[in-house]
Design a protein around this ligand. Structure first.
Ligand code: GAL
Length: 469
């Protein structure tokens, strides 16, 4: 089961989850610094990313892990407020530039291709104070930051992700309010943020296209969170429609405007409009793009970056009480098949990833696909001999092999989440996704490979799995 020559084998991290150094050398606060420092039980045991894996000072240790695995790609994110402490180019933090220059240069020296995400959930607090992603002003700020990054690092970075999982982020942050600033806007905030996130992404893609592409010759996309969903009863038309709605509301709501035609899926527009009407709103809670905006948004991604963890079953559930919520607008009930192994919120369904890849191929005109995150958690304390977890990775690689060979999916890169155990947002350090174990009680934060890391290194060395299908 050899993968195509040149296939990319990577691992991912994100700034707030690994760096620590939250106020080191002039870094400004991000919303996650504020949120974790406020306590209040919204994060497991009120834990913080103040130190996390210490990657701000321990980059050399991360590099050792990357070399031990033999990665061809390393996917990490930049901390916006480490580079621009108040979110604007009014003040630029040279120490932040130095830190990322060192990472990028060391990667390239070691033959590892950087995939760089500009923004992974950690908005500068100063911009949240001005309304964050609920305010249209963010589009300009994001574009300014993106241009700054392209011009500072783009001579060496050729693979850019503008925004990490804007679809999940909009929901968790501005609809449900479980991510900072922790204020829910049920049924409205998620859509408002979605609107601004799409426009900000598109705007920065155009900046790259017109100002940098010719000189730098890189590629720009955004990384979308996607699960796979199956109708609970495959013979039920209403369950099938429920599955389509679930895909439309969580994936196509971003992917269709960006990859196809600049506008939201019809089913999303009609569901939200009719629900809003029932609830007495004068117009739909889903904002509309102007024709000019649609033209600006359409076609603004150079590849399809997707992040897969889990699958679910779905069936129709009427919103009979007229509940005001993004999730209730979809009119589905979502649940795991009882036969699936469940690790925390992740159901182990490797074949769901193959189906998802086929969905993307069929819906989005067979794009080049990067899997920029995929992984399995362990509880804490975790066993270094995670043979069972490795079995899930192995099955995933088998599915990817079938997807490439049999389904002709244009898959170019796979990145495991994550290089290291790290700060898992509201779950703190209670679950571990790393290929390397990190001891968070030890000030030197030693990194020790799990069995999965050793096995992944073999896969990378062989460019695939041993044996045949
Ligand atoms: C993703 C997110 C990562 C990581 C991962 C595992 O949604 O981008 O930051 O937390 O989930 O839960």
């Amino acid at each position: 089961m050899a993968f195509p020559e040149g296939f990319g084998w990577g691992a991912s991290t994100a700034a707030y989850q690994v760096e620590g150094g939250w106020d080191a050398d002039g870094k400004g606060p991000s919303v996650w610094d504020t949120f974790t420092h406020q306590g209040g039980g919204r994060v497991f045991k009120n834990q913080t990313g103040d130190v996390a894996c210490g990657s701000y000072t321990l980059w050399e240790e991360d590099l050792k892990c990357i070399k031990q695995l033999g990665l061809t790609h390393y996917h990490f994110s930049l901390s916006w407020s480490r580079l621009l402490p108040d979110g604007t180019t009014g003040f630029i933090n040279q120490k932040g530039i130095d830190y990322y220059n060192k990472i990028i240069d060391d990667l390239l020296t070691n033959g590892v291709t950087p995939i760089v995400t500009l923004y992974h959930f950690d908005l500068p607090q100063a911009l949240e104070d001005q309304g964050g992603w609920l305010s249209e002003a963010i589009i300009e700020s994001f574009d300014e930051y993106a241009q700054f990054c392209f011009s500072t690092f783009g001579d060496r970075v050729k693979q850019w992700i503008t925004i990490n999982e804007p679809n999940l982020f909009a929901l968790l942050t501005y609809d449900l309010g479980v991510f900072p600033p922790g204020v829910p806007h049920h049924g409205t905030g998620g859509y408002q943020a979605t609107h601004n996130l799409i426009k900000a992404h598109a705007r920065s893609w155009h900046s790259y296209d017109s100002l940098f592409r010719k000189g730098q010759k890189g590629m720009v996309s955004l990384a979308l969170f996607a699960g796979w969903v199956e109708p609970a009863d495959p013979n039920s038309a209403s369950d099938q429609e429920a599955a389509q709605r679930a895909m439309a509301f969580h994936l196509d709501i971003f992917a269709k405007p960006i990859f196809i035609d600049g506008d939201y899926p019809e089913v999303v527009k009609s569901q939200v409009a009719s629900m809003s009407k029932k609830q007495g709103y004068p117009s739909s809670r889903l904002p509309e793009f102007t024709e000019e905006e649609k033209r600006m948004i359409k076609g603004t991604a150079d590849f399809f970056a997707v992040q897969y963890y889990s699958s679910r079953l779905v069936k129709y559930r009427e919103n009979d009480k007229g509940e005001l919520s993004f999730l209730r607008d979809v009119e589905v009930e979502v649940f795991p098949d009882p036969s699936w192994i469940k690790l925390d919120w992740v159901c182990v369904v490797p074949w769901g990833l193959r189906k998802l890849l086929n969905y993307i191929k069929d819906t989005y005109n067979n794009p080049v696909i990067y899997i920029t995150e995929n992984g399995f958690p362990q509880g804490d304390p975790a066993s270094l001999d995670d043979t069972q977890r490795w079995e899930y990775f192995r099955q995933t690689f088998q599915e990817l092999f079938k997807a490439i060979q049999l389904d002709k999916i244009n898959l170019k890169v796979y990145c495991a989440w994550s290089l290291l155990d790290n700060f898992e947002w509201t779950q703190g350090y209670s679950i571990r996704f790393g290929l390397f174990h990190v001891d968070f009680d030890n000030p030197t934060r030693p990194r020790v490979p799990y069995t999965s890391a050793k096995e992944y290194a073999k896969i990378i060395r062989n460019n695939g799995l041993e044996g045949h299908l």
